[in-house]
Design a protein around this ligand. Sequence first.
Ligand code: GLA
Length: 389
Amino acid sequence: MSIRLEDALTAYGRFFSSTPTIAARAPGRVNIIGEHTDYNDGFVLPMAIEHDTLVLGVPREDGKLFLRAETLGRSAEAHIDKTVRSQEEPWTDYILGVADELKKLGQPLCGADLLILGDVPVGCGLSSSAALEMATLAFFEKAGAFQLEGSEAARLGQRVENDFLGLSTGIMDQFISRCGRAGHALFLDCRSYEFELVPVAFEHALFVIANTACPRGLTASKYNERVAECTGAVDSLRAAGGAGHKLRDYTLDDLMKIQGSLDEVNFRRARHVITENERTVQAKEAMESGALERLGELMNASDRSLQEDYEVTSPELDVLTALARDLPGCHGARMTGAGFGGCTINLVARNQVDVFCEALLAAYKKETGRQGEVYVSAPAEGAGASFLS
Ligand code: GLA
């Protein structure tokens, strides 16, 4: 855990004047490759990172929820019988959304005094919201003495996003935050929820995350627009005789055959998804065989496709990846997460990492005037909770 539990306990005592009985945590994530494929039933290859959201609390029998977001310096009150969104305190939506879904599942739910504390950078594509959902879920599971199966827990978090918050996101973020394993990336089939753990154990390289430190603009509406464009492409493929319901079911050949009759934008969106699925399968193989150059090439190709076909990068992301590729020791660089701002992931020779980070930040500052950030994280363990004695 990257946040010290003592610090969290101190913050809890300061706010609630008591000691929490349960500590739950869940990590953020970085996606190595497989971007915008999850809601197309495709493949993703993320890993959990050593940045966590902690939810500390004491269950209450009166159904009341006293909520404190320590990092934001905000607090709010709610009740498990009234799980609705809040205009004033939008951060509570993730907690109340989880409570709402648990009620729908008929699982035991209690009130609680909860303190939330985290070091997952917010709003930059490292899934701070999924971490909050999965940590909240882990808290309620512990308090109610039940445990959802991994994919069921992830689907619950996805429904919070889809139904409670109105974002058409896929399952990747919640799945890795819940099911991630230390030392491993997770190759997930987003249709069957079958997954394989892929060791991240290169002797000579590390993943470096770089943050553009740029607020993401209009992410939700543009994200939902991409989802709709993929559906549009599938409609055209089906109209031409295809049987599949998702882009996952089609090959590049299938797509090329209908290029003339397909909307040009939808064509490019579909080409990204179909080729990204192929790259993700190949990247998993490259990781397993330690083929760093190949993995780097696939990351670069993914980024090009996200820039040109899917159009979800931003000027700052493009600067950051281009600068990274020019630095010694960089095998590959790509944007990661939903895009429109946020972070990149870079595969860098182990013995060059320090020099790389320093040079990248300096060059980025020079070119954009912005102070970026870098994080080097080993693959972390998924969500969990324990009683505090
Ligand atoms: C966001 C969504 C994920 C996924 C990525 C893009 O992180 O929450 O479901 O679609 O964007 O790959």
